[in-house]
Design a protein around this ligand. Structure first.
Ligand code: NAI
Ligand code: SAJ
Length: 541
C-alpha cells in the first residue's frame, strides 16, 4: 500500500494546469516554458496588481515581455503561448498553435485573480526575496509570505507547491509548510506536495539556462503507511516536482534531493563563488604588497589544470555586487541555525566548529566588501604621487572653477562603470556605490559614466549617471574603472589625457581593462588591483 499522498496524486492524475506566482526575471520565462509543453494544458501567471509591477499583466497578455535587456527567444515564446503570434502572423506569416477557428491558442494567461489558483495542479512561487539593507542582512520575506498565503488559500488536495525563490535553508520545511497548512487546513506531505526548486539563471540567457541547467528538485519529507520516512528521491513531493520540471529540460537533468538540501545547494553555490572571488581578491592584495603581478601567479597556478587538478581561480576586482552573492552567504549562515535548532531541536548534534572563529564564508564576504575601500586606498596613493590630496587640494591646479573654501580646486574623480556586472544595466548592490560614497566623504567631486545604467536612486544632488564619456572625464584628476564594460577596453590614454586636461592624471583600474605600460607611458599615474609589478612604476615627467 503506498502512502496517502501518493494515492491522492494518482487519483488526481498528471499535472495539467500550472500557476506561477511572481512575473519577474524568473517567473516569466518559467511560466512560458511550462506553457510550451504540449501536455500542460494551461498556465496562469499570477502577478499582484502593484503600482510598480501591475503593468506587466496587460503587457504579457498582449504578448510582450516586460523584462529589461535582451532575452533571446523570450518575446517570441510569450507571443506564441499567449496566442498573439496568430494575430501578428496575419502580417508576418509566422504560425503558432491555433484552435479550430484558426485563432492562436492562449495557453498562458497573466492575471491578478488568485482564485484561479484553485484550478492548478502545481503552483510555483518566483517572488523576490531582498535583504532590506547591507547592514542587518535579514531577508524581507514579506512579498514571498503573501504569495505563500495566497497559494494556501486556494490549495486543494494533491496540489504541488514549489518555492523557486532563493530562500534560507529550512524555509520550505519550516515557514512555508506552516503557512500553507494554516491557510488550507491541509497537511503538507500527506494532503499536498511541497518542494523547493531553486532558479540558477543568469539574466540575458534566462530561457537557455532554465532548459539547459540541471534542475535541483527537493521535496519535503513524507511518511509511508508503516511510518517509514520518505525523503529525497523517495518523497512523493520530489517525484511530483520531477514530473513538473522534467518536460521543460533539454540538456539539463533532474537532480532530486531533500528540500533542505535543495535550499542549501542554491545558497552554497553562490557562497562558494563568493569564496572563490574572495580568494582571488586576497591573493591580489598579497601580490600588490609583494610587488608582483597577480595575473602571472594565476596563470602559473592554473597551469596544473591539465593534471585534472583544477584550482579554478577567479578574478580579483573592485568588489562583488548583485543581489545574489552579496546575500546568499547570509542565507546559508542563518539556515544552519534554523535547521539545526528550530527544525530538528535535539535530534541533531549542534554545529561543531573551531572555537570563537568566524565563518570562512562570512570572512570571504568581508574581503569582497573591502575591495571598494581598497580602490580608495589605491586612489589616495596615486594622488599622493601626483602631489595631490583629497582634502587639501594643491594650489597648483590650473582652473579654479571648482575651488573649495580655501581657494583650492576640489579633486574630481570620474567613475567608469556603475553596473555591478560588466556589460549589464543591473546595478543592484553595486560596489561602485561604496567607492562613490567614500570619494564624496573624502571631499571629492565625482562624475559617473555607464553605457547601460541610465539612472540610480540615492546619488547626491547634482550627481547623475552620464552616457557622455568626454563630459565625465573632463577635468578629472582620477579615472577609476569600477565595471568591466567592453567600451573601456579600447580607451586611448592620449585621448583621455587630453579630455581630462589636468596635470598628473591618475588611472585606477578595478577590472583589469587597460594595459599599464601603455597608460604609464601615456602620462598617467597607474594603480591596478593585483598589479604589484606596476603600482610603483617610474613617473614619466
Ligand atoms: N533574477 C535572477 O537572475 C535570479 C533570481 N533568483 C531568485 O528568484 C527570486 C525572484 O527573483 P526575480 O524574478 O529576479 O524577482 P523580480 O523582482 O524580477 O520578480 C518578482 C515578481 O513577483 C511579483 N510579486 C511580488 N510579490 C508578489 C505576490 N505576493 N504575489 C504575486 N506577485 C508578487 C513582483 O511584482 C515581481 O513582478 C528571488 O528570490 C531571486 O533571488 C535566482 C536566480 C537568478
Ligand atoms: C554560482 C553562480 O555562478 N551564480 C551566478 C550569480 O550570478 P550574478 O548575477 O551574481 O553574477 P556573478 O557573475 O556571480 O558576479 C557577481 C559579482 O562578482 C564579481 N566577480 C565575478 C567573478 C569574478 O571572477 N570576480 C568578480 O569580482 C562581478 O563583478 C559581480 O560584481 O548568482 C545568480 C543568482 O543566484 O541569481 C546565479 O543564477 C548565477 O549563476
Amino acid at each position: 500500500m503506498s502512502d496517502k499522498l501518493s494515492e491522492i496524486i494518482s487519483k488526481r492524475g498528471p499535472v495539467k494546469k500550472i500557476g506561477v506566482i511572481g512575473m519577474g526575471y524568473v517567473g516569466i520565462p518559467a511560466a512560458v516554458l511550462f506553457a510550451d509543453v504540449p501536455h500542460f494544458e494551461k498556465v496562469y501567471g499570477f502577478q499582484r496588481n502593484s503600482k510598480t509591477s501591475g503593468y506587466k499583466i496587460d503587457m504579457l497578455n498582449s504578448g510582450e515581455s516586460p523584462l529589461k535587456g535582451e532575452e533571446p527567444g523570450l518575446e517570441e515564446l510569450i507571443s506564441k503561448v499567449t496566442g498573439n503570434d496568430s494575430v501578428k502572423a496575419k502580417g508576418e506569416g509566422k504560425t503558432g498553435d491555433k484552435d479550430s477557428a484558426g485563432e492562436g491558442i492562449r495557453k498562458f494567461e497573466c492575471t491578478s485573480d488568485f482564485s484561479k489558483l484553485s484550478e492548478c495542479d502545481a503552483i510555483t512561487l518566483a517572488i523576490q526575496t531582498p535583504f532590506e539593507s547591507r547592514e542587518d542582512l535579514i531577508p524581507n520575506f514579506e512579498p514571498l509570505i503573501e504569495g505563500i498565503r495566497n497559494a494556501g488559500r486556494y490549495l486543494t488536495p494533491g496540489t504541488l507547491v514549489v518555492l523557486e525563490s532563493t530562500i534560507t535553508p529550512g524555509t520550505t520545511e519550516g515557514m512555508a509548510r506552516k503557512i500553507l497548512e494554516e491557510e488550507s487546513g491541509l497537511v503538507a506531505g500527506e494532503d499536498f506536495c511541497l518542494a523547493h526548486a531553486p532558479e540558477r539563471v543568469m539574466v540575458g540567457r534566462l530561457l537557455r539556462n532554465i532548459r539547459e541547467h540541471d534542475r535541483i528538485v527537493g521535496g519535503i519529507k513524507s511518511y509511508g503507511p508503516d511510518g517509514i520516512l520518505l525523503d529525497g528521491i523517495d518523497s512523493p513531493s520530489t517525484k511530483r516536482a520531477m514530473e513538473l520540471y522534467g518536460p521543460v529540460l533539454t540538456k539539463g537533468k533532474l537532480i532530486p534531493m531533500s528540500a533542505t538540501a535543495a535550499e542549501t545547494t542554491k545558497t552554497a553555490e553562490n557562497t562558494f563563488r563568493d569564496l572563490q572571488i574572495a580568494a582571488a581578491n586576497q591573493l591580489a592584495l598579497y601580490c600588490e604588497a609583494m610587488g608582483i603581478n597577480f595575473y602571472d601567479v594565476r596563470r602559473g597556478v592554473d597551469s596544473l589544470k591539465g593534471e585534472g587538478i583544477t584550482r579554478a581561480m577567479l578574478w580579483p576586482g573592485a568588489g562583488v555586487g548583485g543581489h545574489c552573492l552579496t546575500k546568499d552567504t547570509y542565507h546559508l549562515e542563518r539556515g544552519v541555525k534554523i535547521v539545526n535548532t528550530d527544525l530538528n531541536a535535539g535530534q541533531l548534534e549542534p554545529l561543531d566548529f573551531p572555537e570563537g572563529k568566524d565563518s570562512l564564508y562570512v570572512l570571504a564576504r568581508q574581503i569582497n566588501d573591502f575591495m571598494p575601500h581598497h580602490m580608495l586606498t589605491l586612489t589616495k596613493a596615486a594622488l599622493a604621487r601626483a602631489g595631490k590630496e583629497f582634502s587639501k587640494s594643491s594650489k597648483e591646479f590650473n582652473d579654479t572653477d571648482r575651488a573649495n573654501e580655501k581657494g583650492n580646486r576640489k579633486i574630481k574623480v570620474a567613475i567608469l562603470g556603475w553596473a555591478f556586472l560588466a556589460n549589464s544595466d543591473d546595478a543592484r548592490d553595486t560596489p561602485a556605490e561604496i567607492y562613490y560614497r567614500l570619494c564624496k566623504d573624502a571631499g571629492a567631486d565625482v562624475s559617473i559614466h555607464d553605457p547601460h545604467v541610465l539612472s540610480y536612486p540615492g546619488l547626491d544632488d547634482g550627481d547623475n549617471i552620464s552616457q557622455d564619456l568626454d563630459e565625465v572625464i573632463a577635468g578629472a584628476d582620477v579615472i577609476a574603472v569600477l565595471a568591466g564594460h567592453k567600451e573601456y577596453f579600447s580607451l586611448k590614454p592620449e585621448e583621455v589625457i587630453k579630455t581630462a586636461g589636468v596635470k598628473c592624471p591618475v588611472i585606477v583600474d578595478g577590472r583589469n581593462v587597460i594595459d599599464p605600460d601603455t597608460w604609464i607611458s601615456g602620462g598617467f599615474i597607474y594603480k591596478g588591483i593585483g598589479r604589484g609589478d606596476k603600482n610603483n612604476h617610474e613617473l614619466i615627467h
